[in-house]
Ligand binder design. Structure first.
Ligand code: HEM
Ligand code: HEM
Length: 179
């Protein structure tokens, strides 16, 4: 069943807007935009914050105040908002970022991100989050979190991130933010 968008909107406006924007387009680069993200993925992350599986002190507090129904509703609301297109900050990194995103790196065995996150960065609803137009700084932090495996655990993304250098992460994040 789908969440209740009207109920989700109330939570978004009262609680989440300060950091993620009332319409899910955030301003500060540490706070991810949530607009247009798949509802199932958003809900899964809220559950992970609440259980402590994904560690973030701010989001632990936020998710702890939400019931399962609240999570479903607010996830549905943000998934229905329109994500604003973003321009990459550092255009010089785009060719390297694009290459990694689309083809991976056979030498270091980084897989193509496109295989799971889609050529246009929209992901696939049931399994893979959308990445396009996300803040580059947020993307880099997530890749480092997956690599370290303490604040964010995911076996697929840990295996991807452990093969990436800092330069790979920065370049691919710039490319993704402009998608
Ligand atoms: C991350 C939802 C309130 C700061 C996230 C994520 C979700 C989310 C789903 C993960 C996004 C992803 O994986 O792409 C919500 C909801 C809120 C809320 C539904 C209201 C009930 C807030 C507030 C703040 C905040 C008020 C700031 C005080 C952050 C930060 C992250 C984050 C910094 C990134 C955490 C990291 O680096 O892993 N939020 N949020 N959120 N949120 Fe919120
Ligand atoms: C999540 C980047 C390749 C599957 C993520 C996130 C980022 C990311 C930044 C977190 C999104 C967010 O917090 O909103 C990348 C990059 C890749 C890559 C840069 C290529 C270098 C792949 C591949 C797969 C994959 C090849 C599938 C085999 C996933 C899954 C998640 C995810 C399942 C969700 C993890 C969770 O639930 O915490 N990816 N990805 N990714 N990615 Fe990738």
């Amino acid at each position: 069943t789908r969440g209740d968008v009207a109920k989700g909107k109330v939570i978004a406006e009262q609680v989440c807007a300060a950091c993620h924007g009332a319409d899910g387009n955030s301003v500060a680069s540490a706070n991810p935009s949530l607009a247009g993200q798949h509802a199932k993925y958003l809900e899964s992350q809220l559950k992970a914050f609440k259980s402590g599986e994904r560690k973030n002190p701010i989001m632990l507090g936020m998710a702890s105040s939400l019931s399962d129904a609240d999570m479903k509703n607010v996830a549905e609301y943000f998934s229905e908002q329109k994500l604003k297109a973003r321009q990459a900050n550092d255009k010089a990194l785009l060719p390297a970022g694009q290459k990694l995103y689309k083809a991976g790196n056979p030498v270091t065995r980084v897989p193509a991100c496109m295989a799971c996150h889609g050529a246009a960065g929209k992901g696939f609803p049931a399994q893979y989050p959308a990445l396009g137009s996300q803040h580059a700084a947020y993307i880099v932090k997530q890749l480092n979190d997956f690599k370290a495996g303490t604040d964010r655990k995911n076996s697929i993304m840990a295996d991807v991130a452990m093969r990436m250098s800092d330069a790979d992460m920065k370049a691919v994040a710039e490319y993704i933010s402009g998608l």
